[in-house]
Design a protein around this ligand. Structure first.
Ligand code: MN
Length: 431
């Protein structure tokens, strides 16, 4: 359990990297991990600090205590080997980096490893072997259930089983990569047969990405009490969804082409150590809901297993960008909308013996707050496409149009601690 606070969470700590001391997302208390390249194209691990990226392999000569093997493992095109070293190694790297970046005496040795963030290219942080998308947003599940099955919105298994499906890892892309509108089969309710063509109901889903750190062996489930030590950190996930394809294909085996054409993740992995100050109790279940089965129930997890992280979605249409208008916020909400904790997802995923591997991606499912303005998808905001959303420039949307850019952000802030952010997850739709 990564709930203990230490000197790396001190809100008064300052870095000699000046921009870090006024950066909304990346102060020295955050230190998120990512994969970047510069002009030579070599991909390697880095850390965001203010408006700079710290080149981890370049620290090999400087970092002596408790981080040497880690920076060598970061000399790779993905972070899989680094996070597979486990939670203790991740913590050791964090504390070593924190010291290097706050203690002026290391400045001369470390400064050559800093590169301006606006001059690097960010890549997917992991080679993602497997992607599972859960459905933990109970307000989203209820809203969608009502649209697809008015009489029976929430199926009886929902409050017992963390519902999920195995997604597609090959089409996951980092923030900034254009999303091509998918074509497929759709059938409007009053038609006898389906037709083929570009999706007319293209949507986003506001989710968080949970990255698996150290994996488990086949046949060896991860107990709930140990589950969190297998989580490397979190990013923002946009699980693009073609609602018209989904409506026609989803029964009986769940989403398929409606969701396998592209998923976007933000490039920086905010570690569980960085998130320690923002741990909160899992919100109590509504009265009458069943208690989780014993393999999903852990007192520590219930007491500290949720994260007080705020998420936001913005839209910027082609017209808005041409006019120089700022992106328009569509919704916002907290990550505590999850009906299940991150640890419960890991414990459930592996309980039958399934082996998780470093860099596996677990999506939380769309997180809708349950309050007005907290809808995590357009299908909810537009009431199934029946109520167009009006944008400040007079344009309207029910679903996404070509040229629309969707921008998601997330951050954690709390009195007495530094605000940390996850950066951005953005992409433009193209026809
Ligand atoms: Mn989803």
């Amino acid at each position: 359990m990564t709930i203990e606070l230490d000197f790396t969470h001190d809100p008064n700590a300052k870095s000699w990297v000046e921009s870090a001391n006024r950066h909304p997302d990346f102060p020295v208390q955050n230190l998120p991990l990512g994969i970047f390249s510069t002009a030579d194209g070599r991909r390697r691990g880095g850390v965001a600090i203010g408006d700079m990226v710290l080149d981890l392999p370049a620290l090999a000569e400087v970092i002596t205590e408790g981080g040497c093997e880690q920076v060598l493992a970061a000399d790779a095109p993905n972070l899989n080997a680094l996070v597979d070293m486990g939670a203790d190694a991740m913590w050791a790297l964090r504390t070593a980096l924190f010291t290097l970046l706050t203690d002026e005496s290391f400045r001369e040795g470390v400064e050559p490893a800093l590169i301006p963030a606006d001059s690097v290219t960010m890549h997917l942080p992991f080679e993602v072997h497997d992607y599972t998308d859960f459905y933990t947003g109970i307000h989203h599940a209820t809203n969608i259930g009502k649209l697809f099955r008015p009489d029976n919105p929430l199926l009886p298994n929902y409050k017992y089983v963390p519902i999920g499906y195995h997604g597609r890892s090959s089409s996951i892309r980092v923030s900034g990569v254009e999303v091509k509108r998918p074509s497929g089969q759709t059938k409007v309710p009053d038609a006898d047969v389906p037709s083929f063509g570009p999706s007319k109901r293209l949507d986003y889903e506001l989710e968080m990405a949970i990255w698996v750190g150290q994996g488990n062996d086949l046949g060896e489930p991860i107990p709930i009490g140990e589950a969190e030590s297998h989580i490397a950190g979190i990013s923002i996930l946009n699980d693009w969804s073609a609602r018209d394809l989904q409506a026609w294909e989803y029964q009986p085996l769940g989403p398929f082409l409606a969701k396998n054409f592209h998923s976007t993740v933000s490039p920086w992995v905010v570690t569980m150590d960085a998130l320690a100050p923002y741990r909160v109790a899992q919100p109590p279940r509504p009265e009458g809901d069943p208690a989780p089965l014993p393999y999903l129930l852990d007192a520590e997890d219930q007491a500290h297993g949720a994260l007080d992280v705020q998420m936001e979605v913005y839209i910027s249409t082609a017209k808005m960008r041409e006019a120089g208008d700022a992106p328009h916020r569509l919704s916002s909400g907290p990550m505590t909308a999850m009906y299940w904790t991150m640890a419960q997802l890991v414990a459930h995923h592996s309980v039958g013996g399934c082996n998780l591997q470093a860099g596996d991606l677990l999506g939380t499912g769309t997180l809708t707050s349950g309050e007005e303005g907290g809808e995590g998808s357009l299908i909810e905001l537009s009431k199934g496409g029946k109520q167009p959303i009006e944008l400040p420039n007079g344009e309207t949307r029910t679903f996404l149009e070509d040229g629309d850019e969707v921008i998601m952000t997330a951050f954690a802030e709390k009195d007495g601690f530094a605000r940390i952010g996850l950066g951005e997850c953005r992409a433009v739709i193209v026809g």
